[in-house]
Design a protein around this ligand. Structure first.
Ligand code: ARG
Length: 485
């Protein structure tokens, strides 16, 4: 059997808690709950149950939260102001050490919270042992994590906006370009390219709205709900909330300790973003095929083949499509993780962070690449235009022309369907049919049909709000420019 103490040798270095732990002695000295225990924790248990290898990402929030907690403890008279100053100075110094990579995280201290607290005690002595008054790690973990999610939401909002801006930017680049619109991936009706781009702006706007809504529930302070029942120490939770920018207090301490809804909601928002990006990526993968010939993705975002010299593959788009799997997987993991957990804190909950971190990192990476990809791709105008006459994109417009002449919709649908059948058989456009063919199909039809046939005329015929008529699209574009300015 492999020696467990060498299993992490590939991960050595001061930043790796596993490495530093494997280098340390085999007996653990975790004095955090030493009192009732008469021996050391099994090394295997330490390795199995540590979270510091990943929750160290929360260090800035942990320090910020502890500073706010200490200020509150001083204000209610639990700490003297001198003690509070020592704690704040010590924590600040630890933050700087971690930032500079000069802090040694120890696996035997389990998580980022206990590592920082122990470092504080080592630095300032017994005063540091007062910091954890009136709180537990249960509310501390949740506070730090909520602050982390809150920061991520704000950052993701900016990234979503960047992608929206890239789409709006394309509206000018592709002005006047008409694309076939699809349903069931079959040619349906003509739409302006700008209409396509603004459709994605709408989806991303809803994503931003969902994140903003989620943020309100994330931004409730758990600190001070302590382990599960609250605390007998006369703390002032509102003061901590104000200091840390929380909009309210989590009301019920039992709920607080068990609640991971904020993580579930956040991952659900991320999953919807990933689904939106994956639909767009799939569309563009299709559009960049020879068969479609609509789009040239920027070459810097493509890769070649090691055997086929001609290949220019849209790998980034494919990966954006594919990475949605892991984001959705993270949401799934969290749902299964929290399902069936009794109140209040259960150690299972420690498994939440890696999934949330990974989902946020993945969506971040996708959005960061989506913006330049959207901006840098090129529509192949000629190739698109050369086949716009295929697929009877103007058939619905002709049907509506007939309705406007007083024919009931179902009858008009059937009449135009028959005419399309005739044109298909002859391999011509609707506009190529003789006027007699129209008039004999329906006596309400006359020469005026030619005024609505053809893709450009069909586009001009749209009327409704939200439609692809150039004026409506221009209005929407102006709204977006204003909104994103
Ligand atoms: N490392 C743990 C976590 O992140 C800390 C939880 C502390 N609570 C407890 N009762 N053991 O969830």
């Amino acid at each position: 059997m492999a020696d467990p103490s060498t299993a992490d040798s590939a991960l050595s270095g001061p930043e790796n808690p596993r490495a530093s732990a494997s280098a340390s002695q085999s007996v653990s000295s975790n004095a955090t709950w030493g009192g009732v225990f008469d021996g050391a924790t099994d090394k295997r248990v330490e390795r199995f149950s540590e979270s510091v290898s990943y929750d160290r990402r929360l260090f800035e929030h942990d320090i910020r939260g502890s500073v706010a907690h200490s200020r509150m403890l001083a204000s209610v008279g639990v700490l003297t102001s001198d003690e509070q100053s020592q704690i704040e100075a010590g924590l600040t110094m630890i933050g700087l050490e971690i930032q500079a990579g000069q802090f040694e995280f120890r696996q035997e201290l389990e998580d980022v919270h206990m590592n920082i607290e122990r470092a504080l005690i080592d630095k300032i002595g017994d005063v540091g042992r007062k910091l954890h008054t009136g709180r537990s790690r249960n509310d501390q973990v949740s506070t730090d994590f909520r602050m982390w999610v809150r920061t991520e939401i704000d950052r993701l909002d900016g990234l979503l906006k960047d992608v929206q801006r890239a789409f709006v930017g394309r509206c000018a680049t592709d002005e006047g370009v008409v694309l076939p619109g699809y349903t069931h991936l079959q040619r349906a009706q003509p739409v302006l390219a700008a209409h396509y781009w603004l459709a994605y702006c709408e989806k991303l706007e809803r994503d931003r709205g969902r994140l903003a809504d989620c943020r309100r529930r994330v931004n409730q302070l758990p600190l001070g709900t302590a382990a599960l029942a609250g605390t007998t120490i006369p703390i002032d939770r509102q003061m901590v909330a104000d200091d840390l920018g929380f909009e309210g207090l989590v009301a019920n301490s039992l709920d607080s300790s068990s609640d991971r809804d904020f993580a579930l909601e956040f991952c659900s928002c991320l999953s919807v973003i990933a689904v939106h990006l994956s639909g767009w990526a799939e569309e563009w993968v299709l559009w960049s095929t020879t068969e479609f010939g609509f789009l040239k993705p920027p070459q810097a975002f493509c890769t070649g083949s090691s055997i086929m010299p001609q290949k220019i593959n849209p790998d980034v788009l494919e990966l954006i499509r594919g990475k949605s799997a892991r984001v959705i997987g993270s949401l799934q993991s969290l749902l299964v993780l929290t399902k069936g957990l009794p109140l209040a804190y259960n150690r299972d909950l420690q498994e939440d962070k890696e999934r949330v971190f990974d989902a946020a990192d993945t969506v971040t990476a996708c959005l960061e690449l989506a913006a330049p990809l959207v901006a840098g791709a090129e529509l192949r105008r000629e190739s698109i235009a050369s086949r716009l006459d295929h697929g009877y994109l103007d058939a619905t417009t002709l049907m509506e022309h007939l309705i406007k002449l007083g024919v009931p919709q179902r009858t008009a649908h059937e009449t135009i369907g028959k005419l399309v059948g005739v044109a298909m058989q002859r391999g011509v456009r609707l506009a190529d049919l003789e006027v007699q063919e129209f008039t004999s199909a329906c006596d309400k039809l006359d020469e005026s049909v030619y005024e609505v046939l053809g893709v450009d005329r069909a586009i001009e015929a749209f009327r409704s709000v939200g439609s692809t008529h150039p004026d409506r699209v221009a209005e929407q574009e102006a709204v977006w420019r204003e909104r994103l300015s």
